[in-house]
Design a protein around this ligand. Structure first.
Ligand code: ZN
Length: 263
């Protein structure tokens, strides 16, 4: 009986988040959409000039491929930002959670992750860890790969090692980095993460370790220039190294950039 009441309470919470976020996220969501519309408008205005130049230089074929890629990226932004504006993330999470068990971060988890992401960069009380139910089926087909959608972290109940995946704090840090991305750039993080996951055949996590990061920093590479999976992996590895008392000097400048929301 108590389990049912808890489940109902969580579903009411999910439902309430839709109107709540429609209002409190409206400034951020509409702001991102306005920027995208502005960029699109600018591109349309400049298009005749670009076409004329390409015709003169006989580079129409090569250029049009690039234009198509840029237009595709722009369209993706437009769609996900409209999706965010109408509260698509809250609706999707409400429906998905119907078939799962969800719970908030524990006090111990919060204490472990809060110093990494900062006190005000995430709505920690809104984070939900989803396990069990239809997720058991999902993990059977994706090889037990944990994943994050909007404000939900999906973690296997039983991992290959036989433990509850929730005991894996580095994994939680990785997935919370995706929540952080969502909070600050919106649903585009999801399309971008999947794009790299597919186009690099899951090699998208590699960033060259501490030495690679050091040389990236020396060359002026910013945190935002890493792909979404690299970003999550960098923060995960930072967490592991601090726990093991290892040198994290290569990671610190990028951690700071993340905390400054430069995504
Ligand atoms: Zn990831």
């Amino acid at each position: 009986m108590q389990a049912i009441l808890y489940w109902l309470k969580e579903r009411f919470r999910d439902a309430w988040l839709w109107p709540l976020n429609l209002v409190r996220d409206f400034p951020a969501r509409s702001g991102r959409l306005v920027v995208t519309l502005f960029i699109g408008g600018q591109a349309v205005l400049r298009l005749p000039l670009f076409i004329w130049q390409a015709v003169r230089q006989q580079t129409v074929a090569a250029q049009s491929r690039q234009w198509a890629r840029q237009a595709g990226g722009w369209l993706h932004l437009l769609l996900v930002q409209l999706f965010d504006l109408v509260g698509g993330p809250e609706i999707c999470q409400f429906v998905m959670h119907l078939g799962m068990h969800t719970s908030p971060l524990t006090a111990a988890e919060y204490t472990a992750v809060q110093p990494i992401f900062g006190p005000n960069n995430l709505r920690y009380q809104d984070v939900r860890v989803a396990q069990g139910g239809i997720l058991n089926l999902v993990f059977r087909y994706n090889g037990g790969l944990a994943f994050a959608t909007w404000y939900t972290v999906h973690i296997p109940l039983v991992t290959n090692g036989g433990r509850n995946g929730r005991q894996n704090l580095p994994l939680l840090v990785h997935e919370l980095t995706h929540l952080f991305q969502y909070h600050h750039v919106g649903s585009r993080y999801l399309g971008e993460a999947i794009y790299y996951l597919v186009t690099t055949q899951r090699n998208c996590y590699q960033y060259g370790g501490a030495s690679g990061l050091k040389s990236c920093w020396q060359q002026g590479t910013m945190f935002r220039q890493f792909n979404r999976e690299q970003q999550a992996q960098i923060i995960q590895d930072y967490f592991v190294k601090t726990q093991e008392g290892q040198d994290v000097s290569a990671y610190l400048p990028y951690l700071v950039q993340m905390q400054q929301r430069k995504l």
